[in-house]
Structure formats: structure tokens, C-alpha cells
Design a protein around this ligand. Structure first.
Ligand code: G3D
Length: 201
């Protein structure tokens, strides 16, 4: 199983958040919980997973490109092709909550991300004293900053696996497929094909 050679409609999802939020752990969980092809080859994490949307199979590629300076120049093209934005928050790190909020606000201001759904992962719910989803919603002023897009806050613990599958289901549900959000840009498409071809070797 997997996506090798698949001609399924593809949805690119970008995984963002501060360092230490749990992005890599979440991606690792997703890869190992579901039927997925994993490609740890090109300097950043990516997971390819199959899913059903509107009763059709689709290929979801989740890109963890955040934080790495060398990827910054490519962020715009990732944004342009994004079917949804997943923003991971360390719910237990109260000291950096404002920094995370600012980062999200700036991200969502991107013209390329207009109308794209946001799935905010309230990660590290297993840690005592972690902010609840309601507290996160309020702290991030989500109703205000997401007034023009669909959004959802998913409680999660990437280390225990709690909420991980549900988070993915939400992503699939809220993702806008390329046919809905404009043509997929060639550079991302090429990268995806390159990644798949390296898996075939
Ligand atoms: P990042 O990719 O966003 O930078 P990582 O974050 O996935 O590398 O995770 C950073 C640290 O947080 C890791 O700990 C990881 O194990 C931990 N972590 C991730 N998700 C959870 C969670 O849900 N609960 C708890 N308790 N810890 C989590 P280390 O110690 O390896 O740095």
C-alpha cells in the first residue's frame, strides 16, 4: 500500500509552529499510525498519506518545513499550494504562548493562505497544566483571526497518540483540494513526484 505511482488528487498541507511544539513527533506518529510512505531524505520532514474525502481517495502530503532557514525562500510556494494549514502549539509552554500566537497571526496574514483552513493542534495535552482547547481558542483570538476561514482546535498528544488520528481526519475534512483552490504549482508537484520516485528505488 502507499502512494507509489498513485494518480490520486493531491492535497499539500503545511505543518507550522514554533520549534519544540511537537511537529516532528506528530508527523512521525502519523506516518506510523497510518499507511504512509515516509521520505526523510531532503532536509525536512514530509509524510504522504492516503485518505478519503467526499468518498474519493486522495493523497495528502504533509510538509514540515518550518524553522529551517534554508527553506524560508520556498515558503511562499508552499503557501500558495497549501490545501490547509496545521499549526502545532505546545499547550504546556505558557511562556511562549504569545510568541506562538504572533507567529500564527503573521502566517495567516499571508495573501497566499487566504481562505485556507486552519487546524490548530493543541499538543502536549498529557502534560500537567497544559492549556485546554478553550483556553487556546481564547489566547489565540481564533474567532477574530479566523473570521474568513474554517478552523478547528484539536487536543492532542503526539507522544501518546491521543488525538492524532482525529487531527488527521479534521485536516482531510477541512483541506481544499487543488481543484478547489487553484492549480497546483509545478515546483511543489515536481518535488512530490521526486519524493515518490526516490521511494521506488
Ligand atoms: P518540533 O519538531 O516542533 O521542533 P519535536 O518538536 O517533535 O522535536 O518535539 C520537541 C519535544 O517535545 C521532544 O522532546 C518531544 O518528544 C516532545 N513532545 C512532542 N510532542 C509531545 C507531547 O504530546 N507530549 C509531551 N509530553 N512531549 C511531546 P525531547 O525531549 O526529545 O526534546
Amino acid at each position: 500500500m502507499g502512494l507509489r505511482g498513485s494518480k490520486l488528487p493531491e492535497a499539500n498541507v503545511i505543518l507550522l509552529g514554533l520549534d519544540n511544539a511537537g511537529k516532528s513527533t506528530l508527523l512521525y506518529r502519523l506516518k506510523h499510525n497510518a499507511s504512509a510512505s515516509t521520505v526523510p531524505t531532503i532536509g525536512f520532514n514530509v509524510a504522504m498519506l492516503e485518505a478519503k474525502k467526499n468518498r474519493k481517495n486522495i493523497a495528502v502530503t504533509m510538509w514540515d518545513v518550518g524553522g529551517q532557514d534554508k527553506m524560508r525562500e520556498h515558503w511562499k510556494s508552499f503557501h500558495q499550494d497549501a490545501a490547509a494549514v496545521v499549526f502545532v502549539v505546545d499547550s504546556s509552554d505558557r511562556a511562549r504562548m504569545e510568541e506562538a500566537r504572533r507567529e500564527l497571526e503573521v502566517t495567516l496574514r499571508s495573501e497566499q493562505l487566504k481562505g485556507r483552513s486552519l487546524i490548530l493542534i493543541a499538543n502536549k495535552q498529557d502534560v500537567n497544566g497544559a492549556l485546554t482547547t478553550t483556553e487556546i481558542k481564547d489566547t489565540f483570538h481564533l474567532r477574530k483571526i479566523c473570521s474568513d476561514r474554517d478552523w478547528y482546535v484539536q487536543p492532542c498528544s503526539a507522544t501518546t497518540g491521543f488525538g492524532v488520528e482525529e487531527a488527521f481526519r479534521r485536516v482531510v475534512q477541512l483541506a481544499k483540494l487543488p481543484s478547489e483552490s487553484g492549480a497546483m504549482k509545478e515546483n511543489i508537484k515536481d518535488t512530490v513526484h521526486y519524493l515518490k520516485s526516490t521511494r521506488r528505488r
